[in-house]
Design a protein. Structure first.
Length: 160
């Protein structure tokens, strides 16, 4: 999978690597307070959802890149833990995105659903854990991916 002649993975991965930690920080700092959640919750939930979609696309394009490298360049070198770390980052980003959207939906429509008053607190707590986990996983996977490119594999761009 290519975009403008470049492998899609290094381009798509930045969507998740940037949005997930920013959305996670905003979630932790803003979503604990009801009035702030009502004002900014939709934006934070959207950023978390787009970051999760970016993680999904990055994982898919990473698998495609891995198969392409093995088939076309005969790369037999060990890719380290990066593929597994990317899978963990994808999973945790999806969980965080779902929890962020759930808290926004509960805040917006929870009264119609007759939910207990403690529901937003419980979902916020789960969101804080998911935010921390997804951010940590993004950092670990991003670091191992960067090391893989800069120290082991080198560039994928072929000179013209």
């Amino acid at each position: 999978m290519n975009i403008a002649g470049l492998p899609a993975h290094p381009l798509l991965v930045h969507l998740a690597v940037v949005l997930v930690p920013i959305a996670a920080l905003a979630f932790v700092l803003v979503m604990w307070r009801g009035s702030w959640r009502r004002a900014y919750g939709g934006l934070i939930a959207a950023a978390a959802a787009v970051g999760a979609a970016g993680a999904l696309l990055a994982a898919q394009s990473g698998e495609s890149l891995e198969h392409t490298l093995r088939a076309t360049q005969g790369i037999r070198r060990e890719l380290g833990e990066h593929p597994e770390q990317g899978d963990a980052a994808e999973f945790l980003a999806l969980i965080f995105g779902l929890v962020a959207v759930a808290l926004w939906a509960i805040d917006r429509w929870g009264a119609r659903w007759s939910l207990p008053a403690w529901t937003p607190v419980l979902v916020y707590a789960a969101g804080v854990l998911a935010a921390a986990g997804s951010t940590g996983a993004m950092v670990v996977a991003g670091d191992s991916g960067a090391r893989l490119v800069w120290e082991t594999l080198g560039t994928f761009v072929t000179p013209r």
